[in-house]
Write a protein that binds this ligand. Sequence first.
Ligand code: CP
Length: 319
Amino acid sequence: MTGKKSFSHRHVLAMDDLSRDDISLILDTADSLKSISTRAIKKVPTLRGRTVINLFFEPSTRTRMSFEIAAKRLSADTFNFSASTSSTSKGESLIDTVRTLAAMRPDAVVVRHAASGAPAFIAGCFDREFGGAVSVLNGGDGVHEHPSQSLLDLMTVREAKGAISGLKVAIIGDIAHSRVAHSNITGFTRMGAEVRICGPMTMLPPAAEELGAKVFTDPKEAVRGADVVMTLRIQKERLRGSLIPSLREYAACFAVTPELLALADPEVVVMHPGPLNRGVEIDSRVADGPFSLILDQVENGVAVRMALLFLLLGGKEGE
Ligand code: CP
């Protein structure tokens, strides 16, 4: 494996921190690691002796499982922390929790938290108190960022289309409350794609144009000629009050249906980070249809997370 010495980051906290070269290195590394998951023996010794803790304060299926599988396929030891079954439920603070875990000497901690900035806060604490010995990977923080999701989305599009630069990517849904949207606006624009965001006015971020995306409220306009259509669920857990009249009306306007997709490029691909709310933001005929890459995204999630762990921890070999 070449290239690991070129990755100069200790943590992966946000797409905004990654250059175009960093992203290409991660995707190339993921490409080369992907075949491990289709072998009879799905394990290589690369990270033997390394320890990865999954520190999840919010629910997750895809991110937590694929980080765990990725670490195990590289032979790292993995441990899962769940807030509901930890001493957090007895009132232990975030800072005391992470200092306690760091004292157990993990090599990497994957953090998901409802508060934007929590992984960066934890990374700062580790750097100060443990001399940079622990890498932090952001597994999704509040409405801020979900970088490993964006990287797996970029990998999936590059695999399907051959390149990312020049593509038209329409992201439809609850943009304002979606960390996936924020990471993907950065990731796709940095790799040279045109990003269009579309949703009800109440679900578009303030000063949306300043994010570098074209802004639409009519999905027909957003999807017209698009090479990639990504639909997002409504982030009910982050909404204060109702931002739409009803789910039925939302679906009538914004669901990605075969009729809406007919306006896109004939070779369009459809993506969704999951979890899906069928019949709300996506029609089952689209989710399960020939243009859907939803399960490819999940498969590539393991490869991208293997690449991130490899690039962050592999470089410590021999120290
Ligand atoms: N896409 C995503 O983050 O899914 P989970 O919440 O299941 O991890």
